[in-house]
Design a protein around this ligand. Structure first.
Ligand code: PMP
Length: 296
């Protein structure tokens, strides 16, 4: 996958520069120790204009991630939002995935940084997990223990755990992994939250051991609009395997159905599931066709 070409522009510390000319320092604390914070955001070409879905929530989470791990965040989010729209314009992107990254300056100590840099780049990217229902396995890797880090922060170093889990799943012939938490309840995918359906209700793991996904929050909002009961609680593997259906959701993956967990096939047809309704409702929302779903 080529993420940029010779004309691609990125935003770097207040300026727009060519991606191919941008440089980073090999002595940076982020590269050596994984201390950096990032976001994944999507822009959609709607019938109104190109709209970046929940952009404020994403930059607020970026700021919170930095604050939690003591990375300086001297930027004004209103300004970053403005510059992100400009970035899309400069690159002539209508539908795009946007990646802001806050990273730290040269520092080989384990002391929190005094200064940080911000870069924002974008590229055109289809649904991260594809559009077919997924074969998922329970990962041998657990999510990081909330007593060992701030799991609610989107920190680069946490993604070693995600890469290990996805790689292991793919090596075993699955499409994706599902990680458990330290109590052996289901937590989330390497880059997406999970929901299960049972007897006409949706369930999702409560916050505490997972990333508080912005798509997860959107699905919960949609449940209220569509009058679907949604319960946030610890969910065991047995409950998952006994569910009627399940799906992952995230900015990159959007809403995508799960076909099997290990060797268990969900009994409900995807097209009859609440997940399928959510998939449609989510797409309508990001494309600003909100009324369509409500009226129907
Ligand atoms: N969990 C993890 C571990 C993730 O990396 C992501 C992607 N950011 C999500 C959940 C979903 O979060 P969001 O809906 O905010 O993209």
């Amino acid at each position: 996958m080529q993420y940029y070409n010779s004309s691609t522009v990125i935003y770097l510390n207040g300026r727009f520069v060519k991606a191919q000319d941008a440089k980073t320092d090999l002595y940076g604390q982020s590269l050596h120790y994984g201390l950096a914070a990032f976001e994944g955001i999507r822009a959609y070409k709607t019938h109104n204009a190109t709209r970046i879905f929940k952009i404020r929530e994403h930059f607020e989470r970026l700021q919170r991630s930095c604050e939690l791990v003591n990375i300086p965040y001297p930027w004004d989010n209103n300004e970053l939002i403005k510059q992100t729209y400009k970035l899309l314009e400069l690159n002539n992107f209508k539908d795009a995935y946007i990646r802001p990254l806050v990273y730290c300056e040269p520092n080989m100590t384990l002391i929190a940084p005094q200064e940080a840099s911000i870069m924002i780049c974008a590229w055109e990217w289809g649904a991260y997990l594809g559009d077919k229902q997924l074969k998922v396995c329970i990962s041998p890797f657990q999510r990081p223990n909330p007593k060992s880090t701030f799991v609610e922060a989107k920190i680069s170093g946490h993604y070693v755990n995600s890469i290990l889990a996805t790689t292991d799943a793919k090596q075993k012939g699955f499409d994706e992994a599902l990680l458990l938490d330290m109590n052996e309840n289901i937590a989330e995918g390497p880059g997406a939250n999970i929901f299960i359906e049972k007897n006409g209700k949706l369930y999702t793991p409560a916050l505490g051991n997972i990333l508080a996904g912005i798509t997860r929050a959107t699905v919960i909002e949609l449940c209220k609009v569509l009058d679907i009961e949604i319960i946030e609680k610890p969910i065991s593997v047995a409950e998952l395997k006994n569910a009627d259906s399940a799906f992952f959701c995230g900015t990159a993956a959007e809403v995508i159905g799960i076909h099997t967990i290990d060797d268990v096939v969900f009994r409900q047809k995807w097209s009859d599931s609440i997940g399928s309704t959510m998939q449609r409702a989510y797409k309508n929302l990001v494309l600003e066709k909100v009324n369509y779903e409500v009226i129907i």
